[in-house]
Write a protein of this length. Structure first.
Length: 206
C-alpha cells in the first residue's frame, strides 16, 4: 500500500503540484488514506469512497457473494468481448440494487480497459495481498488534521457500511455521507450528490 501511495505522490511531483485534493474509491481510498498519513502536507482534503481503514473491517462478503466473485475473478479473460461480459456480470453481482445501470456502457468500459491493458492474475493477487497486509490505519488516521469526507453505500456487499463508518470515526472532524441502495460502484444517478459533497469540501478548503 505504501508503494502505491508513493506512486501517487510521484504523480504530484511530476505535475509540479505541492498539494492536491485526494479522492479515492475502494482500493484507491486506502491508497489515499495512506498517502495522507505518510505525507499530510501534500494533501489539501481527503475523500474516501466505499473504502476501509483496516484490512479486517467490513471486507468479508457473504459466502455466496464471495464465491461468485472468486468464480468470476478466477475465470481467465482472453478477449475484449469476454472482458465486457465479465464487467457486466461483476456489476450485477456487486453493484447498487436500487440503481439500474446501462449494460452497454459498463461493457464498453470493460472492453476498452482490456484493450488498454488486459492486466494479469498475478497483478490482481498482489493488489489483494497489499490490502491484506496493510494492517489497521485507524491510529495513524487519528493523527490527521486534514478536512475529510467519507462516502459509502449502505448496501455495499464488498466493503460494508461499517468500514465507511470506521473510516469517518477514525479521522478527526470527518463527515460521513451514506447512500441507501448503493453497492460497490458509483451509480450515475448519485453523481450529482457525490460531486456536490466533494465540491463543498474542496471549495471550503481550497
Amino acid at each position: 500500500m505504501k508503494d502505491m501511495a508513493e506512486d501517487a505522490l510521484a504523480v504530484l511531483d511530476a505535475l509540479g503540484w505541492q498539494s492536491a485534493h485526494l479522492v479515492g474509491t475502494s482500493l484507491g481510498g486506502m491508497i489515499a488514506q495512506t498517502l495522507a498519513i505518510l505525507h499530510p502536507t501534500r494533501v489539501r482534503t481527503l475523500t474516501s469512497i466505499m473504502s476501509t481503514p483496516a484490512a479486517r473491517i467490513g471486507t468479508i462478503p457473504k459466502i455466496a457473494t464471495l464465491r461468485a466473485i472468486m468464480k468470476l475473478s478466477n475465470t481467465p479473460v482472453t478477449s475484449p468481448d469476454q472482458a465486457a461480459q465479465e464487467a457486466v456480470a461483476m456489476r450485477k453481482l456487486i453493484g447498487s440494487p436500487r440503481y439500474p445501470f446501462g449494460e452497454k456502457e459498463v461493457g464498453d468500459i470493460g472492453r476498452r480497459s482490456y484493450e488498454r491493458h488486459p492486466g494479469t492474475p498475478e497483478g490482481d493477487a498482489r493488489q489483494r495481498a497489499a490490502v491484506t497486509v496493510s494492517g489497521d490505519r485507524r491510529k495513524a488516521l487519528a493523527t490527521l488534521r486534514i478536512p475529510a469526507l467519507v462516502l459509502h453505500g449502505e448496501d455495499d456487499p464488498v466493503i460494508q457500511l461499517k468500514a465507511g463508518q470506521a473510516t469517518a470515526a477514525a479521522i478527526p472532524g470527518a463527515r460521513l455521507v451514506t447512500y441507501p441502495g448503493m453497492g460497490h460502484d458509483l451509480p450515475r444517478q448519485l453523481w450529482p450528490s457525490m460531486l456536490e459533497q466533494i465540491r463543498t469540501l474542496t471549495f471550503t478548503h481550497s
